[in-house]
Write a protein that binds this ligand. Structure first.
Ligand SMILES: [Zn+2]
Length: 192
């Protein structure tokens, strides 16, 4: 049974013809084909930037473990960590999703998720909170966190964490999604 949690999609560029394909979050690990030339489109291999309004859809739609990275732009360690986060997303593409959350743009979300200093890493697999870590870490260490959760197969249940965040966010009137302008790497989720 397929759950469609909104219409959250991620734009993926076809390596063959260069056209842009919107791939729904729940299809990110399936084989997709380019709508223009039918070539196979490889899974997302960049961090996905989400805000308060899209993280719930992403967590509920993802069929792979999600490593959420909460950044604060004023923090030096966050800037130091950014290249390693990008490299990690590249290496685990198709097996896990790396998402970036600008804690400055959605502080309530960061607090709800347990962040009290930045960068803050939260690894979620389905309904389970697998790991949390405060402070920058090298790519090799982050990949080690992901190893046990990306090796085992099995269908993920919709995230209880996502439900929790959803309820929390509903309490906040007029929560705005603001993408931070200066960590440009990473794709933006879009609602179609
Ligand atoms: Zn194509």
């Amino acid at each position: 049974m397929e759950q469609t949690n909104g219409n959250l999609s991620i734009p993926l560029t076809c390596g063959k013809c260069g056209s842009n394909n919107s791939v729904f979050v729940h299809n990110l690990t399936s084989t997709t084909r380019c709508r223009t030339c039918r070539a196979i489109v490889t899974p997302v291999a960049e961090p996905v930037c989400v805000g308060a309004s899209s993280i719930v859809d992403l967590l509920e739609g993802a069929k792979v473990p999600v490593l959420a990275v909460f950044f604060d732009l004023r923090s030096g360690p966050c800037r130091v960590a950014a290249p390693d986060v990008n490299l990690l997303a590249h290496k685990v593409g198709g097996r896990a999703l790396v998402v970036k959350v600008d804690a400055g743009a959605c502080p309530e979300l960061a607090i709800a998720c347990g962040a009290h200093s930045f960068p803050y890493f939260l690894l979620l697999k389905g309904s389970e909170r697998m790991l949390e870590h405060h402070g920058a870490a090298p790519e090799t260490e982050m990949r080690r966190w992901l190893q046990p959760v990306t090796q085992s197969d099995g269908c993920l249940r919709p995230s209880r964490m996502a439900g929790f965040i959803d309820r929390y966010m509903r309490l906040l009137q007029g929560a705005q999604t603001m993408f931070w302008p200066w960590i440009r790497s990473g794709v933006r989720v879009q609602s179609t």
